[in-house]
Every structure is written in C-alpha cells, then in structure tokens.
Design a protein around this ligand. Structure first.
Ligand code: 57M
Length: 358
C-alpha cells in the first residue's frame, strides 16, 4: 500500500524513490512484523488465557509435556496478523504472486483455526476429522496450483538444484504436483510443531532462504547470471517471505522454551502452506525439501513408525515424530530444539550454495 501512496511522491522528493526497491520494502515489512508481534503479543496471550484457550495434553506423550497443560494455544492468529498486515502495507498490491501467497496462507490458517477451535473451545479432542482436514487443504491447494499454472509465464517444469540444464516437464500434472507440495509441507510443519519453538526455527531459516531465492528469481539480470528461471513478479514474494520470517521471530519471543503460547494448527498449517506456495511459484520445490529438511525428516519419521508398527508390530523410534524420540532418549527439550535449529541453518546454507553450484 505504501508503495502506491508514497512512491509517486518521488517526482517531488527523491527520497520516496526508495519505495520502488523490493529490498527496502522487505526490510520495512520485516521490521513492521516483529514490532507488531512485540506490541500485540502480550495482550493477545492474555486474551487467549481469558478465553481459556489452554492446550490439552495427551497422556500418551512424553511425561515432561504434562507440565504444559493449559498453555494458551492458537497463537498462530498473531503470526497471521504479523504476516498479512506488513505484507499488504509494504508490497505492490498489483502483484498476483503476493496475493496467491497471502490468500493460501490465510485459507490454511482458517482450516487450522476450525480444527483448533473444535479441540480447544468445543473440547472435542478430534477437532476436524483427518478426512475433513485433508479434503479442505487439498481443495485450497488445487485452486492455488491451478491459478499459478494459468498465470505462469514460464513452462510448467520441475527444476533440479545443481543441474541447471535438467528440468522435468510436468505440463498439466503441475497442478496436482504443486497441490501435493503445498498440502505436504503444511502437514509436515504441523507435525514438527511439537516442542517449544521447534517449528518456528526452521520456518525462519526456510523463509529467509526463500526471500533470497524469490528476489533472485524475480530479477532478470541476477536470474540470468545464476542461470535460474526468471519468474516475472516473483521478487515481490521477498516482501512476503520477510514478513513470514519476522513474524516467526517475533512469535519465538513468546514461544521459546518454556513457551508462554503455542501457535496451534492455525499457525502451523498456515506457515507450511506459505513456504510451499513460494517454492511452487519460484520453481524451487526440491530446494524446499532440502531447506525444510527438518520438516521432511519429521514427516518421514512418522511414516516409518506407522508403517513399521503396522507391518512388524515394532517401532523404529521410541516415539514419533522424531523430536519425541530424542526426548525419550533423555535429551532435554531445549537441547532437541536448538540442535534441530542448527541442522536447519546448515540446510539453509547448503540450499543457498546451490545458487552458484548450478
Ligand atoms: C500436531 N501437535 C503436538 C500445539 C501446536 C500421526 C501422529 C504422528 C500425529 C501426531 C499429532 O497428533 N500431531 C499433531 C502436533 C501438540 O501441539 C499442539 O498442536 C499444534 C501444532 N499442530 O501449536 O497447539 C503438542 O506438542 C507440544 N508442543 C510444545 N511446544 C510447542 O510450541 O511442547 C507444541 C508446540 C502440545 C505440546 O505438548 O500438546 C503433538 O505432539 O500432538 N501425534 C503425535 O505427534 C504423537 N505421536 C504419536 O502418537 N506417535 C505414535 C504413532 C502415531 C506414530 C508412535 O510413535 O507410535 C505425539 N504427540 C502427543 N502425544 N501429543 C506423542 C503422543
């Protein structure tokens, strides 16, 4: 919005020319997002406490989690506010990529909110049924994928890191593939959100990495130099990614161990979808799996556990997802969390190195 009101003033005052630059507006959105979290966070947590939006804790989980009973959840509403308001304030509102990213994030947040509301307020431990959740996520993801497919100005291909000449032509199959990436990433972040700040850390590293990838993809000279696909208008997603990373940083102030608030499905489903939609638009689906490797490991650990138990009656882990396995091995919760963050930072660095190694 500021771009539309303030940039035209550059004809009178050259200072306002700065609003043309995506870099400046990305910093603006990021700082606005962290400030929003800091300013609204305490009151928002008090609101959740007043409404008794306390987390119910399952008996079959690690015993250390029983102390968390009653921690306010659905803090993801704060994250969504800190993503959407700065993005709309600082981005070019005529940019379709930004709107797709914001709307998918919000719609997945609504799905998570309904699930949380049924669990926390209606005291229905099931929340939305697995089928209802998956169907609604799939419908939103397919709609977004179809819109991205028809608005694209580059061929619908799957790009590979390191091998610039490799690309797999997807054609119309791009739509279900992209939808799978969005739903899969959303649920992987949801599974990862099981320790204080555990999901937030990798989301910060992944969104910060995709901020850079989106900026490069949307810059015709940089894209040509790096030999990555030039995606018209992708640069504006850097503003969105800045807001995502900063909203998580601001939320981490309250969600760090011992957490004052959990994000709830309203946050985890939305954040996963946000990361995935940026990856799909910028043709970095494989880099998403690399950079978001913690999310992939968490999801695969659950699949391995369930398949192994169903086929052999034996568990491959003490408990899935894998963060609980390390807890039951005796690692203190903060140790599990920070070590997963360290892995995420390393994966982000490797992801960025692929830009030059193509
Ligand atoms: C999402 N939710 C956390 C919080 C957060 C198929 C199976 C693997 C499903 C999985 C499951 O239920 N996943 C749901 C994970 C929950 O966090 C809430 O959910 C929101 C995210 N969606 O925002 O509102 C608990 O996680 C802890 N937590 C924190 N700090 C945070 O910042 O400590 C969350 C955020 C919270 C709190 O204790 O209550 C969760 O873990 O449920 N199931 C599991 O993950 C369970 N694993 C399991 O059953 N494994 C089995 C089979 C099915 C694979 C096995 O290993 O044999 C574990 N989770 C729980 N109990 N709660 C273990 C048992």
């Amino acid at each position: 919005m500021l771009f539309h009101f303030l940039y035209p003033l550059h004809v009178k005052h050259t200072f306002f020319n700065v609003f043309k630059y995506i870099t400046f507006r990305t910093f603006g959105a990021s700082i606005t997002s962290v400030l929003l979290c800091m300013l609204i966070g305490p009151a928002y947590i008090r609101f959740l406490q007043r409404k008794q939006m306390g987390q119910a804790i399952r008996e079959d989980g690690p015993k250390t989690h029983l102390l968390k009973k009653g921690t306010p959840t659905m803090g993801g509403g704060l994250i969504l506010l800190a993503i959407v308001i700065p993005t709309l304030l600082w981005s070019d509102l005529t940019n379709k990529n930004m709107w797709v990213a914001v709307l998918v994030t919000l719609l997945f947040g609504v799905i998570g909110y309904i699930d949380d509301y049924r669990k926390v307020v209606k005291k229905n431990p099931k929340g939305l049924s697995g089928k209802q959740k998956l169907l609604s996520q799939t419908l939103v993801a397919l709609a977004a994928a179809y819109f991205i497919y028809v608005m694209r100005d580059t061929p619908p291909v799957l790009k590979f890191p390191f091998f610039k000449e490799w690309s797999f032509y997807l054609g119309p199959f791009f739509v279900p593939f992209a939808a799978f990436v969005i739903v899969g990433c959303s649920n992987a972040v949801n599974l990862t959100d099981g320790l204080d700040g555990l999901a937030v850390g990798p989301t910060i590293t992944t969104s910060a990495t995709f901020l850079i990838l989106a900026y490069c993809a949307g810059h015709v000279k940089i894209a040509e130099y790096l030999q990555i696909p030039y995606i018209f208008g992708a640069g504006e997603l850097a503003v969105f990614c800045g807001a995502v990373a900063a909203s998580c940083l601001g939320f981490l102030w309250f969600n760090t161990y011992p957490a004052q608030v959990f994000m709830g499905d309203v946050g985890s489903l939305a954040l996963g979808a946000a990361l995935a939609v940026v990856a799909v638009i910028t043709k970095n689906e494989i880099l998403l799996a690399l950079c978001g490797g913690i999310f992939v490991i968490e999801a695969l650990s659950v699949m391995a556990q369930v398949v192994s138990f169903k086929m052999t009656g034996k568990r491959v882990l003490k408990m899935a997802p894998i963060h609980h396995h390390f807890e039951l091995k005796g690692w203190a919760e903060p140790k599990v969390i920070v070590r997963f963050w360290i892995i995420s930072i390393l994966l982000a660095l490797i992801t960025l190195s692929t830009l030059k190694l193509r």
